[in-house]
Ligand binder design. Structure first.
Ligand SMILES: Nc1ncnc2c1ncn2[C@@H]1O[C@H](COP(=O)(O)OP(=O)(O)O)[C@@H](O)[C@H]1O
Ligand SMILES: [Mg+2]
Length: 183
């Protein structure tokens, strides 16, 4: 593994598996000797973004703040794993352009599976019309159109999803192989 930093940005609905995948991915990268930090949406909202709500403006501010920190770390050689819903495409593109070394990972899962899982009991409330601004039910989610990696937690194990991300990371680290050297 080379010494360049990288931001691996996991986007997807609540309960899709972002935090779970981030944790296992971090372990795998640490085993390979990388410096790793996780910026998890839930945790960020209790400190870096404390006080922000769930309007489009506040959500975009939250993502810009995460992107700002991810950029500082990435340019100092850290592998940054972001696990945040990040529902709006434009601001995802904005942070991608700022950071440069960036992989967008779409953590997909059908809404009926999420409602069954209901890790935090929020889908039941949202689907009953009792929760405003709940992404995917009562608030927008703009799915990536061309993510670098697409994983599906209803069809893959966590291990399988992490393996896909690791392959994409390895491809990034080997530009000669990716582009070919003899035309
Ligand atoms: N293949 C999978 N990948 C990730 N999570 C999975 C998978 N299969 C089942 N799960 C479960 O789905 C839930 C995902 O929750 P979490 O990782 O907190 O989601 P998010 O961070 O996206 O809100 C966990 O309870 C996890 O054990
Ligand atoms: Mg999470």
């Amino acid at each position: 593994m080379n010494d360049d930093g990288l931001t691996i940005w996991l986007t997807g609905l609540s309960g899709a598996g972002k935090s779970t995948i981030a944790t296992l991915l971090a372990s795998r990268l640490i085993e390979r000797g990388a410096a790793v930090e996780i910026l998890d949406g839930d945790e960020v909202r209790t400190n870096l973004s404390a006080g922000l709500g769930f309007s489009k403006e506040d959500r975009d501010t939250n993502i810009r703040r995460i992107g700002y920190v991810a950029n500082l770390l990435t340019r100092n050689g850290v592998h940054v794993i972001v696990a945040a819903i990040s529902p709006y495409r434009a601001v995802r593109e904005e942070v991608r352009e700022k950071i440069g070394r960036f992989l967008e990972v779409y953590v997909e899962c059908p809404i009926d599976v999420l409602a069954d899982r209901d890790v935090k009991g929020l889908y039941r409330k949202a689907l009953a019309g009792q929760l405003d601004h709940f992404t995917g039910v009562s608030d927008p989610y703009e799915a990536p159109q061309r993510p670098d990696v697409r994983v599906n937690s209803s069809a893959e194990t966590v291990e399988e999803s992490v393996a896909k991300v690791l392959i994409a990371i390895d491809d990034l680290g080997q530009p000669d192989l990716a582009t070919g050297t003899d035309g």
